[in-house]
Design a binder for this molecule. Structure first.
Ligand SMILES: NC(=O)c1ccc[n+]([C@@H]2O[C@H](COP(=O)([O-])OP(=O)(O)OC[C@H]3O[C@@H](n4cnc5c(N)ncnc54)[C@H](O)[C@@H]3O)[C@@H](O)[C@H]2O)c1
Length: 277
């Protein structure tokens, strides 16, 4: 059901790779709430072609940009403003990639070139997007910028390897740039720390199914699905959350506040009883 929460607003959404992507659902919901959108992704993702179906569905142009390139981000913000005929009201950063994870490297055996690439793609790109937007004065007052994070920024999840550090940097950038853009232009910057979600990036992590099931059993509300994450993004893009900024907002069904759940106690009790037989 639409509430027209984003009527008259225009925004850039990165990271829609396929229909599982969190950004894909955000684009659909933002469109349903009345926003006009420009989609962007790395040129490689563009060649995979699925994003074109989303672009047709929500009548949005696609402007390719490698989020590590200031030049390509510059073109993205210039062309997006030309398309909208004005400045931008919201930006979604939904970008993550670790070659160390892709290649199954353990935390003690990380490739440092890959590590730097992980930080560049998954965290510094957030800074670069805001730096380009600031330099072009591309954002309207009360614009909202959202990045997607994960609780491995605060807690150790070894299989998440260097992405844990990338998320810690991402969340820190949201605070620092949130302070700067808030004073300069009344722009809000937040990260949403999302439950494990079955997407291309998510399922690429070794042991993902165990992470997913564990979090689902711990969280009193269960894991938050991608659609609910998209609803939360829409609320942050809307005028209903104008004074929320510089926050890392947990969107995890309560996972981060639970010590242990009955479902986990039951599972361990059952497994212990079985192994004692
Ligand atoms: N899936 C999960 O369990 C989960 C949980 C918490 C947070 N997140 C975060 O959500 C965000 C979106 O991931 P997703 O789960 O929807 O997976 P996804 O694989 O659908 O999206 C990741 C996107 O990053 C894009 N990307 C990679 N390198 C890029 C570059 N150089 N320039 C521009 N774009 C680039 C990819 O093309 C892809 O569209 C990521 O930041 C991810 O870390 C995911």
């Amino acid at each position: 059901m639409s509430h027209n929460l984003l009527a008259g607003k225009v925004g850039i959404i990165s990271g829609a790779l396929n229909s599982q992507s969190i950004a894909w659902k955000v684009a659909q919901k933002a469109h349903a709430e009345g926003a006009r959108i420009v989609l962007t992704n790395a040129p490689l993702a563009m060649r995979m072609g699925e994003i074109k179906a989303l672009a047709a569905e929500i009548d949005a142009p696609i402007i390719p940009a490698d989020a590590t390139s200031m030049e390509e981000l510059g073109t993205l913000f210039t062309e997006a403003q030309a398309h909208f005929g004005g400045k931008i009201d919201f930006v979604l950063h939904s970008i993550g990639m670790s070659a160390n994870i892709r290649k199954g490297k353990s935390y003690g055996d990380l490739d440092y070139k890959f590590f730097q690439q992980t930080l560049d793609v998954s965290a510094l790109s957030f800074h670069k997007m805001m730096a380009v937007a600031e330099k072009q004065d591309a954002l309207n007052e009360w614009a909202s910028i959202v990045g997607l994070s994960y609780i491995a920024a605060q807690r150790a999840f070894l299989d998440y390897t260097d992405m844990s550090q990338a998320k810690a940097v991402l969340e820190s950038i949201a605070r620092s740039y949130g302070q700067r853009l808030g004073s300069l232009k009344k722009v809000r910057v937040n990260t949403i720390s999302q439950s494990p979600t079955k997407t291309t990036a998510g399922t690429g992590i070794s042991g993902f199914n165990a992470f997913y099931e564990y979090a689902d059993k711990m969280a009193p509300l269960g894991n938050a699905p991608a659609e609910a994450c998209a609803d939360y993004c829409v609320s942050l893009f809307s005028d209903l959350t104008r004074f929320v900024t510089m926050q890392n907002l947990m969107h995890d069904g309560g996972f981060s506040s639970v010590g242990i759940s009955e479902a986990i106690v039951d599972a361990i009790t059952k497994a212990s009883a079985e192994s004692a037989q």
